[in-house]
Design a protein. Structure first.
Lengths: 481, 485
């Protein structure tokens, strides 16, 4: 049975393999191996097998089953699925069954993919280690004493463990790319507005994007081509037609100018083995015909601070609706206000509360301009910096994470250390640009290191071309099992 | 007391007459069973996103262009506060970049002082909340057993119109609200039914010595559910504040509720907290950037005249007294309908007389709107023809019109069915006249003795015996010739 998404789709389409067998095998792998990993919060075998059966029926009847025919997929539990519990990794939504599917879920199913379960994540996508899940932490499949990264740690681990060939995550400040880096997979964040957010439970609306995890660039590209595109249900969705990326993956690195971002690839926080693997990858790229130049994004010095004002501010408003009135947890009390308080106090974990309070403060009268207003100005400066850098380089590069996967529990008492995990990935979210993390080798302890590629808005074809070019010289990391 | 004047500014919330809600495609309608016009978007379910209804933007622009607002780039903000009938616990509204900036409404003269111009600060788009129904106790929140929430109204598009403090009396406030309602109705922006909550008025009112240019402490008055209660509440509040101030007291800045039952305003019992709404730009929506061309198209498609201008035009064209012309112009849809009849051949004066008398009397009696009762096009043309060819007397024509307004049938059908054709046949009438003359020898005597006025009595008798269907002109002539010796 093929391991890649494109291998599965091609075998299912030709009738060589049945989608039911593929999906059943994926469910068996989760059943057998996930107790030790914790990547899935729940699977739904009956629904998945029934859907797989319909894919096989389409093949049998000569109808086009779609480009992802029979491909088992994991969905981060921040994506709504009709009739299937969606918790966002939070107690406050325990048991909530949305009455509608997210647009991306619909698009995947229309393409023949079969979602088999909802993957674990940091509560409401807030975290960089997946330890903020209200249900259980996730273990890194390559070293189970370490974190998989976050917030889409479940999706990254499910792919890295070989349970499913592809999964969807969401990325607000690096929540796809950082876990991809720590788990040795590919993880990609599209241009803001390229993939519909309808049905993505919002963390920070102006930063959130949905994107794919896969074991290689070609599979990530295949999923991207399916989920990208305009959606009238999302006002921030970009109306331009999508330029497919799958066709341009073999163009290589020859002739590309790579800009090494000084501020995102040096400094005290970067582990030596991360920088070693990063420099080795650049040397390989030069041998493959790329030109490497140094570029500077000076405003990124303030990017982390700006992010930790904007994201909490938006989250404080987005999460207000979890008040016990209409759905999810309700803790009874004498009046409505007391019920609201008791419900939120019991339903949210400490990191969510911290950010809601930070954001509420940042938006308060008298502080708005100094905090939220100032952060928005930083955002403009970051965008200007990127524009200047793209005058000199086609694609920008840095490590994805300053460190390899850290130990479970290592940073839980130190929020600032945790926040620094995303220092390289946050600028792309502030600018709304696409970016991708691919594997660029392992450090001394066999833990994966990620290479981070960034491109201008809507330059996904170029981004995937460069990623595939790197992958051709660096190889891919095999699943852990 | 006469040494003080009131300073009043109004905030008027208007439900827009769109087919669908502000940010989703649920129907925007009043009176559906609870929680039937709802979807993930207007329920604020996790993951759902708003998309701006262009029709609501168009209605806001239509209003703005009619009252001289500046229309430009606008953005939505989130107004954050917790309330059970507000499903996202924030309201999507507009803050520092509203769709309509400035503008003015000219309120026609109440007296010899002439018309008043009330300047507008702004008019902005926002979404309505759901509706809480408190069950048990007195039906108020503080002693209710539980509360039910109906989200049908959640997400209904609202235009909030904010005036400058240009209003100086309760009567002027009432006149302004009437004028605004007429404008909104004429433009088709809203159905302005206060009793269904599609137009809601809040006021800020303070008092100061007449002629002063500084402002007194203002009080916000809420819960005024009809135009009449706006006038009554503000008059009460004006008097209350003047009494306080003249007694050496001070007005407290607060929100007060108008209670229709005891005709007083009451301070809200709950403690007054300064609300911090933490406004910030709504990240799920993109700015509204209406291009010039679109705005001009909207302006061009709207009625060219506001109701006050329309009234003046009707008075001039139909020779109607100003008050009657205004009554027609301020009745949504009526003047347009009448003008269409005139365009199709009805006599302009006759048509407006019918409109300002029979039609308005009917609307007043029944409490219905013109839109409810409007008869088929051509009704006035047909009625005019029936009068013109002497089938109907003017009096009977009015009777037929009254029937039309109830039955919505064609005038000719009513005339045929009820046998109302006027009798103009000389021979037939001559016989009746002869009978009447024969039956009233005393009257004939008096006439011949020189009292010609008594002929009217005989004419009346003929009309009576024909059930009013006789052509009065013909009867008149026949009676006179029968009486001449
Ligand atoms: Zn709706």
């Amino acid at each position: 049975m093929p391991a890649t998404a494109r291998g599965i789709a091609s075998a299912v389409r030709s009738g060589d393999v049945s989608a039911v067998d593929v999906v059943a095998a994926a469910l068996r792998r989760v059943e057998a191996g996930d107790a030790a990993i914790g990547s899935f919060l729940r699977t739904y075998a009956d629904t998945a097998l029934e859907r797989a059966g319909r894919v096989d029926a389409a093949v049998a009847e000569g109808r086009d089953p779609g480009p992802l025919a029979g491909v088992p997929v994991g969905l981060k539990d921040v994506l709504t699925t009709e009739g299937i519990e969606t918790t966002c990794g939070s107690r406050i939504l325990e048991g909530w069954q949305p009455p509608y599917d997210a647009t991306v879920v619909q698009r995947l199913r229309d393409a023949g993919a079969v979602d088999v379960g909802k993957t674990n994540c940091d509560e409401f996508a807030m975290g960089s280690s997946n330890e903020n899940s209200a249900y259980r932490p996730v273990a890194n499949p390559h070293d189970r004493s370490r974190v998989p990264g976050g917030s889409s740690g479940g999706s990254a681990a499910a792919v890295a463990a070989g349970f499913v060939p592809v999964a969807l995550g969401s990325d607000t400040g690096g929540s796809i790319r950082q876990p991809a880096s720590l788990c040795g997979t590919v993880g990609m964040k599209p241009t803001y507005g390229r993939v519909s957010r309808y049905g993505l439970v919002a963390f920070a609306s102006s930063l959130d994007q949905i994107g794919p995890f896969a074991l290689d660039v070609a599979d990530a590209a295949l999923v991207y081509d399916v989920i990208a595109g305009h959606d009238p249900m999302d006002a921030t969705s970009i109306p331009h037609p999508v330029e497919p990326v799958t066709g341009g993956l073999d163009r290589g690195l020859d002739g590309l100018t790579l800009g090494v971002v000084e501020e995102l690839s040096s400094g005290a926080g970067f582990e030596a083995e991360v920088l070693d693997r990063f420099r080795a990858a650049l040397a390989e790229a030069e041998r493959a015909g790329a030109r490497v130049v140094d570029v500077s994004l000076p405003s990124t010095a303030y990017a982390l601070s700006a992010y930790y004002l904007i994201a909490p501010a938006e989250c404080s408003s987005n999460l207000a609706r979890f008040d016990g009135v209409r759905y999810g947890l309700r803790v009874g009390a004498d009046d409505v206000e007391a019920m609201n308080r008791a419900t939120r106090a019991a339903g949210f974990g400490p990191e969510v509360k911290r950010r809601v309070m930070l954001g509420t403060y940042a938006l308060s009268a008298g502080y708005y301009d100094a905090y939220y207003g100032q952060a928005q100005r930083v955002r403009t400066l970051v965008i200007d910096d990127f524009a200047a850098a793209y005058e000199r380089a086609d694609v920008l590069v840095s490590p994805t994470s300053p460190t390899v996967a850290f130990a479970l529990g290592e940073r839980t008492q130190d929020p600032i250390a945790m926040y620094l995990s995303d220092v390289c990935t946050i600028p792309s979210n502030l600018a709304g640009h696409p970016a991708i993390s691919i594997w660029c080798g392992d450090g001394a302890a066999g833990l994966p290191v990620g290479l981070h590629l960034m491109a201008p808005a809507l330059a996904e074809p170029l981004l995937f071309q460069a990623a595939a070019g790197f992958e051709a010289v660096l190889g891919t990391k095999a699943a852990a099992v | 007391m006469s040494g003080y004047e009131a300073v009043i500014g109004l905030e008027v919330h208007v439900e827009l007459a769109t087919a669908t809600k502000m940010f989703c495609s649920c129907p925007n309608e009043f009176g559906a069973p609870p929680n039937t016009n709802i979807c993930p978007v207007c329920l604020g379910l996790p993951g759902a996103l708003p998309v701006t209804n262009a029709a609501a933007v168009e209605l806001a622009i239509r209003f703005g262009t009619a009252v001289g607002s500046t229309i430009g780039r606008a953005i939505f903000h989130r107004k954050n506060y917790f309330y059970p009938d507000m499903p996202k616990d924030f309201q999507i509204s507009q803050y520092d970049e509203p769709i309509c900036v400035a503008g003015a409404v000219v309120v026609p003269a109440l007296d010899e002082a002439g018309p008043t111009t009330v300047r507008l600060v702004r008019a902005h788009l926002e979404e309505d909340t759901g509706k809480s129904v408190h069950v048990g106790g007195t039906g108020r929140i503080h002693d209710a057993d539980h509360t039910l929430v109906d989200y049908n109204r959640s997400g209904v598009p609202l235009l909030e119109i904010v005036t400058e403090p240009d209003i100086r009396s309760a009567e002027q406030a009432r006149a302004f609200v009437n004028e605004l309602r007429a404008i909104l109705a004429l433009l088709g922006v809203s159905d302005v039914k206060m009793e269904e909550g599609s137009l809601r008025v809040d006021a800020n009112i303070s008092v100061r010595p007449a002629g002063s240019t500084t402002f007194g402490t203002k009080v916000e008055v809420k819960n005024m559910n009809s135009v009449r209660s706006v006038a009554h509440a503000l008059e009460f509040e004006r008097a209350r504040q003047i009494e306080l101030v003249t007694a050496g007291g001070a007005v407290e800045q607060e929100t007060r509720h108008w209670d229709e039952a005891d005709a007083r305003t009451h301070g809200m019992r709950s403690k007054e907290e300064a609300m911090d709404y933490r406004y910030f730009p709504e990240p799920d929506l993109v700015p509204i950037a209406p291009d010039r061309e679109w705005v001009e198209r909207i302006r061009a498609a709207a009625p060219a005249q506001l109701p006050a201008e329309r009234a003046a035009a009707i008075a001039a064209a139909a020779g109607l007294p100003a008050n009657l012309a205004a009554a027609v112009a301020y009745t949504p849809g009526l003047a347009d309908w009448v003008d269409a009849e005139v365009g199709a051949g009805a006599d302009v004066t006759q048509a407006y007389v019918w409109a300002s008398q029979e039609v308005l009397a009917h609307l007043n009696e029944t409490g219905k709107t013109w839109v409810d009762v409007a008869p088929p096009p051509g009704t006035f043309v047909e009625l005019g023809e029936l009068v013109g060819d002497a089938t109907l007397s003017k009096k009977l024509a009015r009777e037929v019109l009254a029937d039309v307004l109830v039955s919505r049938r064609r005038p000719r059908d009513i005339v045929a069915e009820r046998g109302l054709e006027q009798i103009s046949d000389d021979a037939e009438l001559a016989a009746i006249v002869a009978e009447v003359v024969a039956a009233n020898p005393d009257t004939v005597e008096r006439y011949r003795a020189g009292n010609e006025k008594v002929a009217g009595f005989l004419v009346g008798q003929v009309m009576k015996s024909t059930a009013g269907k006789a052509n009065p002109g013909v009867v008149q002539a026949l009676v006179r010739s029968a009486l001449e010796p």
